[in-house]
Design a protein around this ligand. Structure first.
Ligand SMILES: NC(=O)c1ccc[n+]([C@@H]2O[C@H](COP(=O)([O-])OP(=O)(O)OC[C@H]3O[C@@H](n4cnc5c(N)ncnc54)[C@H](OP(=O)(O)O)[C@@H]3O)[C@@H](O)[C@H]2O)c1
Length: 367
């Protein structure tokens, strides 16, 4: 398999190191903005060199972001090249379009590393969805927020101090918005729900409430109640509708969720016959993520379909039927309220619009 590797950052360089250890994946042409004199592979700064090279059968996109990743991936698929990517932002935003391109051009698109980093989560969802009915997916899908919440819980320190520390340690980006506001977890949830349920929900339909409003005072209140706060992405299938959102949730300190600390992920599925399955491990990191990228390349070599699933049922996201108990703090005033997920997120949106201090977290049974 000749590979066109796009990007030589954290994941791209780890992928390169792993791929050259295998004769089947060692023939690599690298596209990167700068030249790497220590590498023996062909290198170019022009994507057209990769596109025009008919001997390159697979493009591995590890640049990230929407542009130019979208242009590179879509033109690779149109040119009859398989694509492997870790880019949740791209696949979540252009889900239907990219899968349709893979189908029309009889090539494969795989993105296992896009949710769960090194955990073979999407791959496992696809396998199980073929033989059982998956009814829910949920869990800690973002390591940055889990690191911040864990540190706040352990040390009783403020959000801003722990965000700075996460940035210093490389767990959070200079612009942490996608992580702390829940958008990164939302993209992973969209991919998970779509593959698990055979549907096509969109990022914009899924309400996200992140952790940027949490204070040490909230954490202290949770501790007094024997609870630990985690940012959770969850989606449940009910008939022809899907309930889905990203929000902080409170778990008993004695439960499994409370003990997932630092940047780790813990993701679960529930299926009618198989019951509950949990997947835990490194949700990010160069080598962990690259291992899923390489495994996708091997799967393509063995011959696999266009995407994990051919089903993309159009369903709507409806959070009006799911009622939960919420911890709600507006300003200094904290209270407990029972609301539907739709009501809770509408309230959060209103406070955000008015730029008033607000935090909420749903009470949860261990999911
Ligand atoms: N890091 C993780 O743990 C992790 C986990 C799961 C998924 N992912 C996903 O994996 C992808 C890559 O992430 P990463 O952490 O490896 O990012 P990264 O370290 O920022 O690497 C991106 C690389 O792409 C290069 N690049 C940017 N624009 C380019 C262009 N137009 N043409 C060619 N190369 C270009 C960058 O070059 P410069 O450095 O010169 O800008 C850099 O080498 C993202 O989609 C991310 O969401 C990452």
């Amino acid at each position: 398999m000749k590979i066109g590797l796009l990007g030589y950052g954290t994941v791209g360089s780890a992928f390169y190191a792993m791929a050259i250890e295998h004769p089947e994946t060692s023939d690599i042409t690298l596209l990167d903005l700068k030249r790497h004199d220590d590498l023996t592979c062909r290198q170019t700064a022009d994507f057209q060199d990769i596109l025009r090279d008919e001997s390159i059968g697979t493009v591995v996109e590890l640049i990230g972001g929407l542009h130019p990743a979208y242009e590179f991936v879509s033109s690779a698929l149109k040119s009859g090249k398989h694509v492997v990517t870790a880019n949740k932002q791209l696949v979540s935003a252009c889900y239907d379009e990219l899968i349709a391109l893979a189908e029309e051009n009889s090539v494969s698109l795989r993105c296992t590393a896009a949710a769960g980093g090194g955990i073979p989560w999407l791959h496992s969802l696809a396998r199980l969805a073929e033989c059982d009915r998956i009814t829910s997916v949920s869990g800690i899908m973002n390591g940055t927020t889990n690191y911040i919440l864990s540190a706040m819980t352990e040390q009783g320190t403020e959000y801003a101090d722990n965000l700075r520390e996460a940035q210093r340690l490389g767990y959070a980006e200079a612009d942490p918005t996608a992580d702390v506001e829940g958008y990164d977890a939302c993209r992973k949830l969209v991919l998970s729900a779509n593959i698990a349920f055979g549907v096509s929900i969109r990022e914009a339909e899924v309400p996200c409430f992140g952790i940027s409003g949490i204070t040490a005072q909230d954490i202290a209140a949770f501790k007094r109640l024997g609870l630990v706060c985690k940012l959770i992405a969850h989606a449940d299938r009910a008939g022809d509708q899907v309930a889905a959102c990203v929000e902080p949730m409170l778990f008993p300190v004695s439960g499994q969720m409370a003990h997932v600390n630092g940047p780790d992920n813990l993701i679960s599925l529930h299926a009618e016959r198989v019951g509950t399955q949990r997947f835990a491990g490194a949700g990010a990191g160069g080598f962990a993520t690259a291992s899923n990228v390489l495994a996708d390349c091997f799967e393509i070599m063995r011959g696999c379909g266009a995407f994990y699933t051919s089903r993309r049922d159009a369903v709507s996201v409806n959070n009006a039927a799911l009622t939960q108990r919420y911890y709600v703090r507006a300003g200094e005033e904290a209270a407990s309220r029972t609301m539907t997920v739709a009501e809770a997120h509408a309230m959060a949106d209103q406070f955000k619009k008015e730029r008033k201090p607000f935090f909420m977290a749903a009470a949860s049974e261990e999911r």
